[in-house]
Design a protein around this ligand. Structure first.
Ligand code: AMP
Ligand code: ZN
Length: 433
């Protein structure tokens, strides 16, 4: 069962033809924006240059820096009075990147989110509680309008106030929740504090998690904590927000909606496409956005195309979960480390909670990696010997994975700083010393 059978099950050849046709109109639209007019003119390109999908390669890449430099209006292709909303990306310093939408764009986005939720099994009979920040962050309004479009009763719960979240879940019989993965550990803890068990005391049947990198191990933990499946949702504000790629009921990878975006996976250094199945940087082109189309956006997110067909029959290609951003990687003692590698190891320890913080420091010119992790309430005790042994086991297991031995600090449950939005996993203090 699909939300839009004619698009989701489209034959590959037809899907490609649709992409070429849409790409041509995107290019002619782009010629209306000062930024792209110049970029396309340099290459002597007009819509006529696009006759097959391979012609995508002739188009220029766009980076976050481009969006910042031409902030705020440089990529607009419609008169400002046509705009109805803007969103910004999170976690940036200096000029944020801002994306403008007209009415068509918002309708198209809501439809993509509805399609995504439907693929994960959400229906108009569900009560969908959206536990994340509203405002400029796209997860709030993005899921709100998507779930409304689907016809679910949608609770705009916002972030934080965990006891109230649980009360809402109970009073209104919430069956589906969207939240960022780093919040769900906290939510589960508060259930326990209140003497409740989500499996017994709620009607929850579906979780949707996304907006930040998380490992398969973390997903499995979240599923065990709530006793339901958790579906991975990927998106970024430059491509609307949620609704770019989503897991269907089979959880075999994330379907990237190829009627709305053209995905490429490239080597971040050479910008050449990598062979199917190999990891690289995801590059996306919008196909159905009018106010601010973007060509070949370098997301910095690392993933790969999965060389398999999904049993659900949707023809839109699967990408693997995002293993991090090329700019998340840090180098310590000559080793390249992604936070998610550390996370994967930590999640194997049943004694530990979900949260962790990697602190990089330098002492007398020597780099050090500190790892702060919280014990689970059940794992918390004052048996010094046992804790010391656990610390050593964690340090060894992390070293085996990333080749650097961290200094592990075990904290009481709830001691790590909590952010309302995306979790901060790395603090690099090396420059300061
Ligand atoms: P923003 O535009 O501020 O919402 O941030 C978008 C970024 O969040 C993406 O470029 C990814 O780095 C990250 N992100 C979003 N969804 C996921 C996901 N499901 N898994 C991993 N990272 C994600
Ligand atoms: Zn599928």
């Amino acid at each position: 069962m699909y939300w839009e059978p004619s698009l989701e099950g489209m034959k590959r050849a037809d899907l490609e033809a649709l992409q070429v046709q849409r790409l041509r109109s995107v290019v002619s639209r782009c010629l209306q924006s000062p930024f792209y007019r110049e970029r396309l003119a340099e290459r002597g390109l007009t819509a006529d240059a696009i006759t097959s999908i391979a012609d995508l390669q002739r188009l220029p890449f766009t980076t976050k820096e481009d969006l910042r430099t031409h902030y705020p209006y440089g990529l607009l292709t419609v008169p400002p009075r046509e705009l109805v909303r803007l969103h910004c990306s999170s976690g940036t310093t200096g000029n944020p990147t801002v994306i403008f939408h007209n009415a068509h764009d918002l309708a198209s986005w809501a439809n993509l989110v509805a399609r995504s939720l439907f693929a994960a099994g959400v229906r108009d009979t569900d009560v969908f509680q959206n536990i994340c920040g509203y405002g400029l962050f796209t997860g709030g309004l993005g899921f709100q309008y998507g779930a409304e479009r689907l016809g679910a009763l949608t609770i705009p719960a916002g972030a934080g106030n965990t006891r109230r979240q649980i009360k809402l879940m109970q009073d209104f019989g919430t069956t589906a929740v969207h939240a960022i993965p780093s919040y769900l550990g906290r939510l589960r803890e508060v259930f326990t504090e209140m003497g409740l068990d989500p499996k017994r005391d709620t009607c929850l049947r579906i979780l949707v998690i996304g907006a930040e990198p998380h490992s398969e191990e973390t997903r499995r933990r979240i599923e065990a904590m709530f006793g339901v499946k958790a579906f991975n949702s990927y998106g970024l504000s430059e491509m609307n927000g949620p609704g770019v790629a989503f897991e269907c009921e089979h959880q075999a990878g994330l379907h990237l909606w190829e009627d709305a975006f053209i995905p490429e996976i490239v080597d971040p250094d050479t910008l050449e496409p990598v062979p199917v199945g190999q990891r690289g940087e995801l590059v996306l082109t919008t196909l159905d956005r009018q106010a601010m189309p973007i060509l070949r956006y370098r997301t910095r997110d690392l993933t790969r195309f999965l060389p398999v067909d999904c049993p659900c029959g949707r023809t839109h290609r699967l990408i693997d979960r995002i293993t991090g951003r090329s700019d998340d990687m840090f180098i310590i003692k000559g080793c390249n480390v992604f936070p998610i590698q550390v996370e994967r190891v930590l999640m194997r320890f049943a004694e530990l909670g979900q949260d962790y913080l990697i602190v990089l420091d330098s002492l007398d010119g020597n780099d050090e990696m500190h790892l702060e992790v919280e014990l689970r309430p059940e794992g918390f005790n004052d048996d010094f010997n046992a804790l010391e042994k656990l610390r050593r086991r964690i340090a060894t297991a992390v070293r085996d994975e990333v080749l650097v031995t961290p200094q592990v600090k075990l904290l009481e449950p709830g001691k790590l700083p909590k952010s309302e939005g995306k979790a901060v996993r790395v603090r690099d203090q090396r420059q300061q010393h």
